[in-house]
Design a binder for this molecule. Structure first.
Ligand code: ADP
Ligand code: MG
Length: 677
């Protein structure tokens, strides 16, 4: 029997059982061995009947009498009297008539494990598992593994078949090099699987979890390293660095680049010169000034006849990018164009023609860029803004629009803690813009209770009176009668008809037509609106420097990183900016929310988010799900760093993956789901 053996070859697995397993995506012996329990229930202590109290209990007893009654159609109740030396108790099973046969020998001793509870007016053991004491217990009298019930798969069945496979768990080939096991003080893979499926005590489970978590992270990080190596072997365009071009560009800017911006630009221009494709993540807090860095790189590319593609997640953002790039680069004769879903008909055909003929240097757009009809003349540089909003395949589609692998810059305003970046983007080089441009003042952030709404509106009006603009952010689009969360439509109407009757107010949300959205955004950007009531569609990238106040309704319902990103819409000029976090109720604000009040450091807030709410909050996208980590937590920074180092050592040591079949199989899976090329 081997890991690849189909489950149907295992004793006790007939056609029907095999089907049940297959439905849960378990096909081979290996699949089942690595199908890990989600928790363990402690049935390991045997309780004397005279000492029993409500809870999950195991007793060791004989069955004095057992009867089955049909209470109504399709429902049987089997009742047994169980005895040990200390007393008697009643056990009851529903629809398990076979128990009567199983327990009919009064001399036989059994373990019974189940819930002792007060039910139907009496204390009883309800639906306990029962096994002969003379057999090795599988369903009773132990730390009982509870498996994920995928498609109704029963833990009992999983335990039964795993018991058949138990001998195999002492002779599996090791999946990690001995060296790593020793240096990381890990238990063997055999011990780990036994520890998960057949633990003797809680220490077994702890050690097993640690080993298996390490394996998952090691595999994931090794996959990333291998992808990185594979990427380095690909051919890309050579885009030479030209000082004169860069100097010209910088000289025309209305501001001075920060040292971090210069460093990031330098990293990119260096990568451009090499024949291997750039795979770089540019991380920078909102407002850190990433666009201008990407613009500089695109300028360098265009000077050598290379086209650039800018992919943005929303139309608003794409439009804004196109506009800022055009402002930055038109003076140098660089031609920027915008392609979104709303560019249609003749205009679209004409645009696609110019892109194909190389008459457009920078094509900015939304998902529309990914369509097969979009063809480039010579695509050298791909920028993916807010990259976590795109899946692996989408990035791939864009990169494939070039005969050579283009250079790729992924940008994100979500600060990603280092440990998380290692696991999610292990194969990317990273540039970070930590400082903000000099003229920025910290955004004054304050939590307000809903009772202080009046004062809050007054504070906003004060800013408007000084010529500034404001955002009001609500979670919902229209009101849901089932909850009190504020909607943009309601808020819009409310303030229009009362406090802000004298102000110009705009409404923005994701269900509006894109032309409408664009119009509103434009009006707001041009100062034709004082207040923009919006959902989180303004979250990413939107840049209106004159907006200095943001009110976030129901602030406690957002993740910290998201609040921080929203807040980044203000504080984009030399004016003092304010962010007001309005809580949904008058209860004391949570510690979490207080962190946003205290800190302006996106990386710090991301760390807090990671600890308190897990990685999903920071990284809500598909890739995270595809990683399919059963045990390891992406929040376990310490283990991630260890596993990352071990993966690097593995590669450096020249060890061949071929020696470790199971490892190779897993690594290949991770390579597939994380690859960027
Ligand atoms: P983000 O990193 O959020 O994408 P942007 O690139 O949109 O930030 O930049 C935010 C604003 O800051 C823009 O208006 C941009 O022109 C301006 N900006 C960028 N770099 C600097 C700088 N070094 N000094 C002053 N303002 C800058
Ligand atoms: Mg941006």
């Amino acid at each position: 029997m081997r890991l690849a053996t189909p489950l149907q070859a295992v004793k006790g697995v007939g056609e029907k059982t095999a089907e049940q397993f297959a439905a849960a995506n378990l096909h081979t012996v290996g699949d089942l061995l690595y199908f890990l329990p989600r928790k363990h229930e402690d049935f390991s202590e045997v309780t004397a009947i005279c000492d029993i109290s409500p809870g999950k209990r195991t007793i060791r007893a004989r069955c004095e009498a057992v009867t089955t009654q049909r209470v109504r159609r399709g429902m049987t109740v089997t009742t047994a009297t169980l005895v040990d030396e200390t007393g008697k108790l009643q056990a009851v099973w529903f629809n398990q008539a076979y128990r009567a046969t199983q327990l009919k020998d009064p001399k036989q001793e059994y373990f019974f494990s189940g819930e002792f509870e007060f039910n139907y007016n009496r204390h009883q053991l309800t639906n306990p598992s029962a096994e002969k004491v003379s057999d090795l217990p599988v369903q009773t009298d132990r730390l009982l593994p509870v498996y994920p019930s995928v498609k109704g798969l029963k833990s009992q069945l999983v335990r039964k078949i795993l018991a058949e496979l138990r001998p195999l768990m002492t002779m599996l080939p090791e999946t990690l090099p001995e060296r790593i096991i020793r240096s990381q003080k890990l238990v063997s893979i055999n011990q780990a699987l036994l520890g998960m499926h057949f633990p003797q005590d809680p220490d077994d489970i702890r050690e097993a979890r640690h080993r298996l978590a390490f394996d998952e992270l090691f595999q994931l990080l090794l996959a990333a390293q291998l992808n990185k190596q594979a990427n380095a072997r690909l051919d890309s365009w050579h885009i030479p660095f030209e000082q004169a071009i860069v100097q010209q560009f910088v000289a025309k800017l209305p501001f001075e680049l920060t040292p971090a911006q210069k460093q990031a630009a330098w990293d990119i221009l260096q990568d451009f010169q090499s024949q291997t494709p750039m795979n770089r993540l540019l991380q920078g807090d909102v407002g850190a000034g990433k666009t201008v860095v990407a613009g500089l790189a695109a300028r360098q590319a265009s000077s050598h006849g290379f086209q650039s593609a800018f992919l943005a997640p929303t139309e608003i953002l794409a439009a804004q990018h196109a506009e800022s790039l055009n402002t930055l680069l038109a003076p140098f004769g660089v031609r920027t164009a915008l392609l979104t879903g709303s560019v249609k008909g003749k205009a679209r055909d004409a645009l696609l023609q110019s892109v194909k003929h190389g008459d457009v240097d920078i094509l900015v757009g939304t998902h529309a860029l990914l369509q097969p009809t979009v063809q480039f003349h010579k695509l050298g540089f791909v920028v993916i803004d807010e990259q976590h909003r795109f899946g692996v395949e989408q990035r791939q589609t864009l990169l494939e629009k070039s005969e050579h692998m283009p250079h790729m810059l992924a940008m994100t305003a979500t600060p990603i803690p280092r440990s998380l970046a290692l696991t999610l983007y292990g194969e990317l080089d990273v540039s970070i813009i930590k400082q903000k441009p000099k003229n920025r003042k910290p955004i004054q952030t304050k939590i307000w209770a809903p009772t202080s709404r009046k004062a809050l509106y007054a504070a906003i009006d004060q800013q408007l009176a000084e010529g500034r603009q404001a955002y009001i952010i609500c979670k919902l689009i229209d009101n849901n009668p089932l909850n009190d969360t504020k909607s943009v439509e309601l808020e819009f109407r409310n303030i229009k008809n009362s406090v802000f009757g004298h102000r110009r107010i705009g409404l923005l949300h994701g269900r509006m037509k894109s032309a409408e959205k664009e119009l509103v955004m434009r009006e707001f950007a041009e100062g034709a609106l004082d207040i923009l009531v919006s959902t989180t569609v303004v979250e990413v990238g939107v840049d209106v420097p004159n907006a200095t106040v943001m009110l976030i309704e129901d602030a406690d319902q957002y993740g910290l990183s998201q609040l921080h990103q929203l807040r980044g819409r203000v504080g984009r000029s030399e004016h003092q900016s304010y962010c007001y976090l309005l809580t949904s109720d008058t209860k004391k604000p949570s510690q979490r929310l207080r962190e946003v009040e205290k800190s302006q450091d996106g990386f710090y807030l991301a760390e807090v988010d990671l600890k308190l709410r897990g990685p999903g909050e920071i990284y809500g996208r598909a890739q995270h799900g595809e990683l399919n980590l059963q045990i390891a937590s992406l929040a376990d920074a310490e283990l991630i760093v260890k596993a990352s180092k071990a993966a690097q050592d593995f590669i450096a040591s020249g060890d061949s993956l071929l020696q470790y079949k199971e490892l190779a199989r897993q690594v290949e899976h991770y390579q597939r789901v994380t690859t960027l090329n």
